[in-house]
Design a protein around this ligand. Structure first.
Ligand SMILES: Cc1ncc(COP(=O)(O)O)c(C=O)c1O
Length: 437
């Protein structure tokens, strides 16, 4: 497949210039690689903003009261969160660290939702003191601890309760979270008890229910099933305990198109089905339409970013395989090694070159599993070529590590021909900083 045919999985308006170089955000990717070095992660700012708007519009035009919150675990960064805030989204955080980044980015705390299946006392205390908008309570241990802490601090905290709807989203088991056998959320058989106990705690105000069934979900039906489950449950809880469902949070998990051969449903399709079933089921149970919260992470950032690598060793094993090694790999993007994620790549410096055969793109780290892409058609690769891997914005850098004492790569924002460094490359000093001599 010609490399030009792969461009639809790159940020919109990505193009090729007269030198045959890849151009993103009106910046020549080869010049960027030269200026900032590789590996390099670049985010296309306009693509990112367009994604935020698409979510707001597609859900907003179908439902009266929607808040889109960006799941910052997909990639948390100060500059990025300022943009997310400018676009009017809220934020989902899951740790003291993510809360800290939100605070440093001056994110309005009332629009922050605090998740997590094992929040510590210290984290809950911090969330209360910083007045986060909602704490999404995951289990009985947290419920009791939060109740006591809020009472001590004289705060009445708004909370949502995370339920496991018992629905299989047909995604990889590592990214599936909504089935009965999950570490996340109140267990199905104890869901009534969760509501009963939460309603008794005076320092907590139960404003709604939450579910999140997994990540990289290509089917819409699991969302529909989960909504049916949760609204039936809400109706039962209204009858039994007078629970008023003011907010319904249906999580994130929307798939993105990583490779040309595997398209994902458009945001509009998810929006259409999710909002329609909420409206229908609320009518059926005579429930007031709750405020709808959705929590996309991957879909907001994945396709906005591209990772640039330099090809080094090209090793041909006659009759077996050709390996082309890049200067990064599993330590900046563990997704292929961890759960077999598939990625697309092009040659940024020779976009019009013809494919010569299949090659396996391997990383530079000391693990045989450090393979970024298996058997991708490429022109004949040589040392110094610049490889541009698409869909690099979500769950790559946040899951990056210092294996082999690797210095994690820098991140830039590109827009209208200008590049801005938003995270510098780590140095040897960073690597040794925590060692005690
Ligand atoms: C509670 C919750 N909400 C939202 C998300 C975002 O998921 P995604 O990035 O797949 O949209 C996650 C990630 O797994 C999550 O755990």
């Amino acid at each position: 497949m010609s490399m030009l045919k792969r461009l639809p999985v790159y940020p919109v308006n990505t193009r090729v210039n007269s030198q045959g170089h890849l151009v993103i955000g009106e910046c020549d990717a080869v010049e960027l690689a030269d200026e900032f070095g590789t590996p390099l992660y670049l985010f296309d700012e306009l693509n990112l903003r367009a994604k935020c708007r698409e979510f707001k519009e597609e859900f907003g035009k179908r439902y009266p009261n929607v808040l889109v919150i960006y799941a910052s675990k997909a990639y948390a960064n100060n500059a990025l969160e300022r943009i997310i805030n400018e676009e009017g989204l809220g934020l989902d955080v899951v740790s003291e660290g993510e809360l800290g980044i939100a605070e440093s980015a001056k994110f309005p705390m009332e629009k922050v939702y605090f998740h997590g299946n094992n929040k510590s006392r210290r984290e809950l205390e911090l969330a209360l003191k910083w007045h986060v908008g909602r704490i999404v309570v995951d289990n009985f241990y947290e419920l009791e601890m939060l109740g006591k802490l809020a009472k001590e601090l004289g705060i009445k905290q708004d909370i949502l309760l995370r339920m496991t709807p018992g629905v299989d989203p047909h995604t990889h088991q590592y990214t599936s979270t909504g089935s009965l056998d999950s570490k996340f959320g109140f267990p199905l058989p104890l869901k009534d008890e969760a509501v009963a106990r939460a309603l008794k705690i005076r320092s907590l105000n139960v404003v709604g229910l939450h579910f999140h069934i997994g990540s990289l979900i290509y089917e819409i039906e699991p969302y529909v099933e989960s909504v049916k489950f949760i609204l039936k449950f809400a109706a039962e809880m209204r009858k039994k305990y007078s629970l008023e469902l003011k907010e319904l949070d249906t999580g994130g998990g929307f798939a993105v198109q990583y490779t040309i051969d595997k398209p994902a449903p458009p945001t509009a399709a998810f929006a259409e089905k999710i909002t329609a079933i909420i409206i229908k089921e609320c009518k059926r149970y005579r429930l007031e339409l709750p405020k709808l919260i959705i929590e996309p992470g991957r879909e907001i950032v994945a396709q906005s970013a591209v990772a640039l690598y330099t090809i080094g060793v090209v090793k041909e094993i006659p009759g077996v395989r050709t390996y082309a090694s890049v200067d990064g790999g599993m330590a900046d993007n563990i997704r292929p090694a961890l759960y077999g994620a598939k990625l697309e790549a092009v040659l940024a410096n020779r976009m019009r070159a013809r494919d010569a055969g299949k090659v396996t793109i391997s990383g530079r780290f000391c693990e045989s599993g450090d393979i970024l892409i298996r058997d991708i058609l490429m022109p004949k690769l040589v040392a110094g070529d610049i490889l541009a891997v698409a869909g690099a914005g979500a769950y790559s850098l946040p899951e990056a590590m210092n294996y082999n004492a690797y210095c994690k790569p820098p991140v830039i924002l590109v827009k209208k021909g200008k590049a801005r460094l938003i995270r510098r490359r780590e140095t040897l000093e960073d690597i040794t900083r925590c060692d005690i001599m």
